[in-house]
Design a protein around this ligand. Structure first.
Ligand SMILES: NC(=O)C1=CN([C@@H]2O[C@H](COP(=O)(O)OP(=O)(O)OC[C@H]3O[C@@H](n4cnc5c(N)ncnc54)[C@H](OP(=O)(O)O)[C@@H]3O)[C@@H](O)[C@H]2O)C=CC1
Ligand SMILES: O=C1OC[C@@H](O)[C@H](O)[C@H]1O
Length: 395
């Protein structure tokens, strides 16, 4: 029987910064066959910079994109392009609400980088808009679509370590400098409040990803329990962003707890060789699954069973590299999910449903509230403004 042609998802790229250029679009351009995918493929049809179309043209050169993609010097033009099926929002967190809403309002499906928004209310408004306009919308938490994550969720569901009672997850980067500063300029998006900087929204979201995909996502639908949250936050004295944040998520009905850690002062992986141990420990009454980090791009897991002392199953999950492009980072799996959902008329991904993204935003909002971290009105408003400087690039 002849196999049917793959479904092609046509992407419009909003912003030409680090993640779009260095990782995501290069992943889109890899050959799906290398990762064993034949039902979907990706095409980059347009790229926009908020300030200058020449940046978009440079971007296309740098990623070695096939000829034919359009270039724009504004996000407004990108979302108006009839050729674009889905917009990838790759701006700082501060901009996500306004930028994703710009695309949804223009009738585009959206994949929006993490953290989804700055506030939970913004996340709810985006979800409501996607629902009202019958559009696909997803938070770009790529880790969830890794075969490793899928396998770990399956193992937990199969009961291999018994009921899971506790999960500990850390994503921290040692950016400590002598004298009190961290190794980011105060204007950098990692620590700048105007860009929703801070460890939590940038890195802690991955610690939470592990807590949520193990402790919350797998709860039966009729039994879903949002966590109670206790948090401690150290603020960066130069900007007011959170620099070290620790969270306890309690699910009393399920007798489980998650401990999520993030910091810009110490690293999860002390020596770059994972000598310090796993980034994630998933603990059940019958054993433990350990995942070696970084939490956003895990490459190995171990299963340790109480009934088989000393026997550890170690599973490596390498990320396939396209030999022609000499590239493969792992973001193609989330892109494939978008393509399949759009092809099948699904508006949200079952692996990260809208309701779960909203509960995660509510959790982070509560952590930031307890830590007294305050972001400016321009980036916390949940009122859409197509003329916001966040949309027009007039900085
Ligand atoms: N999933 C992952 O592994 C990763 C995700 N990310 C996420 O991607 C997003 C972007 O991060 P990253 O690419 O590192 O950021 P960059 O600062 O490198 O790029 C952000 C881009 O957004 C656009 N932009 C619009 N307005 C502003 C503004 N006022 N200040 C700065 N940039 C602006 C610019 O593009 P232009 O000029 O073209 O409009 C800029 O190049 C963040 O949400 C981050 O959390 C980041 C790294 C890894
Ligand atoms: O999402 C991310 O993952 C990788 C980190 O380097 C980056 O800061 C963060 O945005």
């Amino acid at each position: 029987m002849a196999s049917s042609a793959p479904f092609t998802l046509k992407w419009g790229i909003m912003a030409t910064g680090w993640i779009a250029e260095t990782v995501f679009v290069k992943d889109l351009l890899t050959n799906p066959a290398v990762r064993g995918v034949s039902d979907v493929r990706h095409q980059v049809v347009a790229v926009a910079s908020s300030t200058d179309a020449s940046r978009a043209a440079d971007f296309l050169k740098k990623v070695d994109a096939p000829a034919g993609a359009k270039t724009y010097g504004s996000y407004r033009e990108l979302v108006a392009d009839p050729d674009v099926d889905i917009v990838y929002v790759a701006t700082p967190h501060s901009h996500h609400f306004q930028n994703a809403m710009l695309a949804l309002q223009a009738g585009k499906n959206v994949l929006c980088e993490k953290a989804l928004t700055v506030t939970a209310s913004q996340a709810r408004k985006l979800v409501d808009t996607a629902r009202a306009k019958n559009l696909f919308f997803m938070e770009a938490v790529w880790t969830r679509y890794f075969p490793l994550s899928i396998k770990v969720r399956e193992l937990l569901q199969s009961g291999v370590i018994g009921p899971v009672y506790r999960v500990i997850a850390d994503l921290s980067f040692n950016k400590d400098l002598p004298g009190g500063r961290v190794d980011f300029d105060d204007s950098h998006r990692m620590v700048n409040l105007d860009l929703a900087g801070g460890a939590l929204l940038d890195l802690g979201i991955y610690s939470l990803t592990w807590l949520f995909q193990t402790l919350y996502h797998l709860q039966p639908e009729e039994d879903k329990e949002a966590p109670k949250v206790v948090a401690a936050v150290n603020k960066y004295e130069y900007t007011g962003a959170d620099e070290t944040t620790s969270m306890i998520l309690q699910f009393p009905k399920h007798k489980s707890m998650g401990i999520g850690l993030t910091s810009l002062r110490v690293g999860t992986d002390v020596d770059g060789l994972n000598t310090g141990g796993p980034a994630i420990r998933i603990q059940g009454s019958g054993g433990e699954i350990q995942v070696t980090g970084p939490a956003f791009r895990p490459l190995q897991y171990k299963v340790i069973r109480k009934d088989e002392p000393g026997k550890v199953e170690v599973v490596d999950c390498p990320i396939p590299e396209d030999p022609e492009r000499k590239w493969g980072h792992g973001m193609f799996w989330e892109a494939d999910e978008c393509a399949r959902c759009v092809r099948d008329g699904k508006k949200e991904s079952a692996t990260l449903p809208w309701s779960e993204s909203v509960v995660i935003m509510e959790t982070m909002e509560e952590v930031l509230r307890q830590g007294d971290v305050k972001y400016p009105e321009l980036i916390t408003t949940d009122v859409f403004d197509p003329e916001s400087p966040l949309n027009t690039g007039k900085r």
